[in-house]
Design a protein around this ligand. Structure first.
Ligand code: FAD
Ligand code: FES
Length: 291
């Protein structure tokens, strides 16, 4: 267990070695918004499928033959291990090729990789999750887990920010989680288009509406760099201890398991020591704007 983690994280089991993708079939593909979609995958090999274990916050390397690989977080319910979902924003060649492959098509998968959100460490605490844009994807498994184990924690709050209402992912689920699950959910947008009547402004402004006992609160943050930075600092100013602030980072990936150095972040590798870091472990790197 690395110091950055809340607990032990399952190691990769797919493929005979972690360089080797296993074939997975796209069972379903659903549009989340104009540029983002969610795929449901099944590992074709039965032995690999039943051996596959993952924890909320981890990611897989998805591979399209002839095109390349991209690191994509697992976005599904951890209690449904055979329904492996990934939520993908189309930004470049690999993500475009996955979209083009379509339902029924085959791609490759290596993983799972990286550290996970803390689970044991949040027992009896308040939990505040802060997500921006597609950053809700790696947080979604944690939301499912918290809904299923609601008694594990005190208050559970999700703060979610997007450019516009049309940029939201899991829009219908957000309403369902709010109505049925006992989570406090606040969504804000930068630009209030259409019929939007909710909060307008950056997600960190929502923090002003939240009152929690800082000493007994765990924070999980995932979004663009600027959000990760602003939200983390703001929670520290609210006296949440840095050991209780977790942030998921993104970096260019290649191998996914600490061999190539592509994802180096100070002395750490985001693929192996992250992507979920305890703020206390990266504060010194975070302080340097240029890294
Ligand atoms: C741990 C982790 C988890 C992730 N989870 C998700 C997820 O759940 N969903 C998701 O959609 N994405 C996720 N990502 C991001 C995803 O891996 C990247 O967007 C990936 O690069 C997409 O691959 P691509 O080939 O489609 O795009 P790329 O061709 O890699 O392009 C990606 C973006 O980077 C820009 N870019 C590429 N090369 C350069 C360059 N040399 N200089 C400047 N800009 C450049 C492109 O213009 C484009 O905007 C995650 C990344 C990490 C590290
Ligand atoms: S991606 Fe190769 S070391 Fe992290």
């Amino acid at each position: 267990m690395t110091p950055a983690q809340g607990e032990a994280t399952p190691r990769p089991v797919c493929g005979l070695d972690t360089w080797m993708p296993v074939p997975v079939r796209i069972l379903d593909m659903k549009d989340e918004n104009f540029n983002t979609f969610t795929i449901r995958l099944r590992i074709e090999d039965e032995a690999a499928r039943s051996a596959y274990r993952w924890a909320p916050g981890q990611f897989n390397m998805l591979y399209v033959p002839g095109v390349g690989e991209a690191a994509i977080s697992i976005s599904s319910d951890p209690d449904k291990p055979t329904e492996l979902e990934h939520t993908i924003r189309v930004v470049g060649s690999v993500t475009r090729a996955i979209k083009r492959t379509g339902t029924g098509g085959m791609i490759g998968l290596r993983g799972p990789f990286g550290t996970s959100w803390p689970i044991e460490g949040i027992k009896g605490k308040n939990v505040v999750m802060v997500a921006g844009g597609i950053g809700l994807a790696p947080i979604r498994p944690m939301v499912y887990w918290l809904i299923r184990h609601r008694e594990h924690c005190k208050r559970v709050i999700l703060l979610y920010g997007c450019r516009s209402p049309e940029d939201r992912v899991f829009a219908s689920e957000l309403e369902e989680w709010e109505l049925k699950s006992g989570l406090d959910i606040l969504v804000t947008v930068d630009n209030a288009t259409g019929n939007w009547t909710g909060p307008v402004g950056v997600v960190t402004q929502l923090l002003k509406r939240v009152r929690v006992d800082a000493e007994h609160t765990t924070v999980m943050v995932c979004g663009p760099k600027v959000l990760n930075r602003a939200a983390s600092w703001q929670f520290l100013q609210l006296h949440v201890p840095p050991e209780q602030v977790y942030v998921s980072l993104e970096r260019n990936m290649n191998c996914g398991f600490g061999q190539c150095g592509h994802c180096q972040y100070g002395a750490k590798f985001v693929c192996r020591d992250g992507p979920v870091f305890r703020f206390a472990d990266i504060a010194h790197i975070f302080a340097k704007e240029e890294i």
